[in-house]
Write a protein of this length. Structure first.
Length: 748
């Protein structure tokens, strides 16, 4: 659906249904878009009883002509039969008294022709209902967390406040608010529009644009923000033609302050209002969010309290003082993820030593992927390469496989590979009578039966839970064993939760069997773009502007060739591929160092970062910290960054590249902390200096991280780096990357 769809409940005689509003922000409206949106509405929302159309940036006559000549009205007619629904076009008309009215023009269909009917005045409950839907879905009502309450600029305290900027994140949202705000004004064109907070400047501009389009105003008035209560005293002398827009209010205090400086009440428009107890507000309100007895939407009145007798203060609740429509408890703390020896527990060291050099580790560079953190482990091939792991897994099969066995499900392991394991475990007689499958759909239920689920690598916990849920109905009251060659988990807590879920049943925790021959800690794949996707998109954009230098073109082709890779993870440009040196303490580099792939190094760094995020508690921790999963997460109260010391202490280019690729963009947002930004600037500057001497192998990776904006430095540091790139003799492909960095619009 291309339009913004807002909905509200309404009653027409004995019928109650939904009225949908389709909002378009295009300047070149097409009827085919409306027709498709009408079809989608009825496909997804069959209770729709009326459809209203709003395209405020296009002349009304043009919209009427397009709708009448299209097929949307005919398409909607069969859905509206029996309920009297219609497609109606919204417009604004100026009345003789200088007031504006919102009209709804219904479209009739007869003789295979759509024609506009007589315009009707829109019921204000519909407009308020649609705006309430926009406000509510956008999270405009903010509730304080337990133990906290808000201090507002009006001087009152409350456990809730209205944030009008939250739902105004698209041009369609600004357009619909501006349309009804324009209709609420007097008809006199303003000489200036003064808004209380900067986010609603967009609403003011949208008002002016549509007013000029529909010949209600002659010209665009200037728009200024006066910063709510704090800026009232600094406002310029008011004029009778000034128009004031108040974003949201629960007390009406700001409107009273404005009338105190001679602003006319009919020139103060409050976009969203929520009553506070018995408080009455007699000014112009575009949307009253307060629930009414005869309404079908709304919030209960909010409670505001004077600071002197605030019940939350008396109860010891923390006061979060609002600034504009934001609040700060204190300066945000910065936690640094620093990798140390404790970040690789013994169990993790043993696991990575068994995984490395086997060639069984790949990194998935492009989504979608079911693997954790982009690291793909081929469990079946790992069983072939690691004899000890194979021996342990065969022993697990012999010990824990239910007998008799009705079903065997294979995940990430081939039929031939499983048959060899069965032969080694001497379970041919047990498995021979079972149904071996990769899907549980359509299988008959066997009461008290036995089932075996074999994973090559259990990394998709959600999939394992789905299998478990199906197994409970497939073999009710029976025995199920879940065996994996290697299990991947983000934290010890996540591993415990998985094992609890799979094993728990009607007989308690050990109803079913869950065993793994090897566990390994890796972060889950983030929903945001991977570092390789960002790199690919950057190179694509650069290639559209001009031909890429040979090194960048080769890199683009390499990324385009495969979604997974062992040794094509890091970009070295004209230098040899990045490889680990002999003194890496987190992996034995004396043993077949030439067999250690870039994927192995990436897995080591990903494992250590996962451990640091969990407060250095690996999968083998005896007692987990219940707050561990939150320690490595940024929030409004603090930010988590990959510590610059990781780049300083581990100066191998391949390790620096691995840290840059394994960290999330949030963890590389050094612009939030000047000290960290300075430290990273110094590291990059040293790489730049070393480049001319044959060193600086990580410089291309650092420049890619900056150019893709996965890593951000403070404004002054990025500008200084841009200047230094210009001064140095760099190859053409690095100069092109430097040009991208220099042209970044927002250095922060």
């Amino acid at each position: 659906m291309s339009a913004l769809r807002l909905t509200t409940r309404f009653r027409r005689d004995a019928y109650e249904g939904e009225a949908s509003l389709l909002v378009y922000d295009e300047y070149d409206f097409t009827e085919s878009t409306l027709s498709e949106d009408v079809r989608n509405i009825f496909d997804r929302h069959p209770a729709t009883a009326d459809i209203y159309v709003l395209a405020p940036f296009v002349a009304t006559d043009e919209i009427v002509r397009l709708i009448a000549g299209g097929v949307a009205v005919a398409r909607a007619r069969r859905y509206f039969e029996g309920i009297g629904g219609k497609i109606r076009l919204l417009s604004i008309r100026e009345e003789p008294a200088g007031k504006f009215q919102v009209l709804a023009t219904p479209f009739e269909y007869s003789d295979e022709e759509a024609t506009p009917g007589e315009p009707e005045v829109l019921n204000s409950k519909l407009s308020s209902g649609w705006l309430f839907d926009l406000f509510h879905r956008g999270g405009g009502l903010v509730e304080a967390p337990p133990g906290v309450h808000f201090g507002k600029l009006s001087g009152r305290h409350s456990n809730k406040f209205l944030r009008a900027s939250a739902p105004l994140l698209t041009s369609e949202a600004c357009a619909v608010v501006a349309f009804f705000a324009l209709a609420a004004t007097t008809g006199k064109a303003p000489s200036r529009i003064l808004v209380d907070t900067a986010p609603i400047i967009a609403v003011a501009f949208a008002m002016a644009r549509m007013a000029i389009t529909h010949e209600l105003w002659e010209k665009q008035p200037p728009v200024k923000s006066f910063s709510s209560y704090g800026g009232v005293e600094n406002l310029p002398r008011t004029r009778p033609t000034d128009l004031f827009l108040v974003s949201a209010s629960t007390s009406g205090g700001l409107a009273q302050r404005l009338t105190g400086i001679k602003a006319g009440e009919d020139r103060i428009v409050t976009l969203f209002y929520l009553e506070a107890g018995a408080t009455e507000y007699n000014g112009i309100i575009v949307c009253n969010l307060t629930y009414r007895n005869d309404g079908l939407y709304g919030y209960t009145p909010i409670s505001n309290h004077q600071a002197a007798n605030c019940p939350y203060c008396n109860a010891g609740y923390f006061l979060a003082q609002l600034e504009g429509d934001q609040f700060l408890l204190e300066k945000r703390a910065v936690r640094r993820l620093a990798v140390r020896s404790s970040s690789q527990p013994p169990d993790a060291r043993k696991a990575i030593e068994r995984l490395a050099r086997t060639g069984r580790l790949d990194v998935t560079r492009f989504r979608p992927s079911v693997w954790s953190a982009g690291t793909e482990i081929d469990g079946e091939r790992l069983l072939e390469a690691d004899k000890l792991l194979r021996t342990d897994f065969v022993r697990m099969m012999r010990r824990f496989s239910p007998a008799p066995l009705d079903y065997v499900m294979l995940v990430g392991i081939s039929d031939d590979g499983f048959a060899k394991l069965v032969a080694e475990a001497r379970l041919e007689a047990v498995v021979g009578a079972a149904t071996v499958t990769r899907s549980l759909e359509g299988l008959p239920s066997v009461s008290g039966g036995g089932a075996l689920v074999v994973f090559g690598c259990l990394s998709n916990h959600a999939h394992a839970r789905e299998i478990n849920a199906r197994m409970r109905t497939l073999v009710p009251g029976g025995a199920v064993a879940y065996l994996s060659a290697i299990t991947v988990a983000q934290t010890r807590q996540a591993l415990d939760e998985l094992e609890m879920f799979l094993s728990y049943g009607e007989r308690g925790r050990d109803t079913f069997t869950v065993r793994s021959a090897l566990n390994f800690m890796l972060p889950v794949l983030a929903p945001s773009a991977t570092a390789w996707e960002d790199e690919y998109n950057l190179l694509q954009r650069m290639s559209e502007e001009k031909a890429l230098p040979a090194e960048l073109d080769a890199r683009l082709q390499e990324l385009d060739a495969s979604a997974t890779s062992k040794d094509g993870l890091f970009f070295s440009g004209c230098r040899p591929a990045l490889a680990i040196a002999r003194d890496f303490v987190y992996l034995d580099t004396e043993d077949r160092r030439e067999c250690i792939s870039q994927a192995d190094i990436y897995a080591v760094v990903s494992n250590m970062l996962a451990c640091v995020r969990a407060d250095n508690q690996g999968l083998g921790a005896k007692k987990t910290n219940p707050l561990g999963s939150a320690l490595g997460t940024s929030s409004v109260y603090g930010h988590v960054l990959v510590c610059p010391s990781n780049f300083e202490n581990y100066n191998d280019a391949v390790l620096r590249a691995a840290f840059l690729r394994a960290a999330s963009p949030s963890e590389l947002l050094y612009s939030v902390d000047d000290e960290c930004s300075t430290a990273v600037f110094n590291v990059i500057d040293a790489e730049l200096e070393a480049w001319g001497e044959g060193g600086g192998g990580a410089l291309p990776e650092f420049m890619l991280a900056l150019a893709t904006r996965r890593m951000r430095l403070a404004d002054r540091h990025l500008q200084e780096l841009s200047a230094r790139f210009t001064d140095k003799a760099l190859p053409s492909y690095l100069r092109d990357l430097a040009g991208v960095i220099e042209n970044l619009q927002d250095f922060a």
